[in-house]
Design a protein around this ligand. Sequence first.
Ligand SMILES: Nc1ncnc2c1ncn2[C@@H]1O[C@H](COP(=O)(O)OP(=O)(O)O)[C@@H](O)[C@H]1O
Ligand SMILES: [Mg+2]
Length: 263
Amino acid sequence: MSTPTAPDGLDLLASAELVLVGRVMPASNHTWLCTLGEGGPRAIYKPVSGERPLWDFPEGTLAAREYAARVVSEALGWNVVPPTLLREGPAGPGMVQLWCEPDPGQDPVDLLPEGPVPAGTLHVLDAYDERDRPVMLVHEDSAALRRMALFDVVVNNTDRKGGHVLAMPDGHRYGVDHGVCFHVEDKLRTVLWGFHGEPLADDERAGLEVLAQGLGDGVLAELTPLLTRAEITATCRRLDRLLSAGRFPQPGPGWPSLPWPAF
Ligand SMILES: Nc1ncnc2c1ncn2[C@@H]1O[C@H](COP(=O)(O)OP(=O)(O)O)[C@@H](O)[C@H]1O
Ligand SMILES: [Mg+2]
């Protein structure tokens, strides 16, 4: 006789009652912290009804973009995006995502006083803080952030702030807040520019190639209800461009390539 096992986070994400705990502030949209059942694991819930209209993305599409980002992350095999689903909730349909508690002692993206760049860290830019002191934006030089940066290129993330990088205690890095991805125009806006111009590692190329295959087949089927045909075509184009360049891209002109404030 098989022993019944406790439902894991993914089962609960799909089926448990979403118990609202409170709004996550500051947040531009209605972002709720909830639990999966009374006292269960925590999750983020973003109902479509709470999406604030944006000038450059069609209304009511952000939750689907968040889920599409998870589909791409899964196809790459890199687990950049925490488990995410589309489902019903107390404020109507929306996206739910497992809450991943970051380690407050780790700062994969950081603003430091101007000075020597610490070992294991890459410099992004120099700036002045709100009190006019010279500072530098840096991020760690890690395999996890390299993968996140490549993922962002493919999904065309317009909002990779430092606060959207979660440092897990074991060194894994999760990316969150992917509502403004997959635009047809190039709008990559990220703090993760430290890898610019670096060649792709073999495992990075391999992941991207698996995604490219999937985009001709199963991943295409998963993305079709979530994005427009033009957005999927643009995703394939960005992926092809990245694979043929064989390198991390450089920030281009014509679009602000850094989110500011950076956190
Ligand atoms: N899955 C998650 N696990 C842990 N923290 C999260 C998760 N998703 C979001 N957060 C935290 O909540 C904040 C707000 O969520 P975010 O997705 O950025 O919402 P918004 O779309 O309103 O900006 C994030 O900056 C991050 O600190
Ligand atoms: Mg956010």
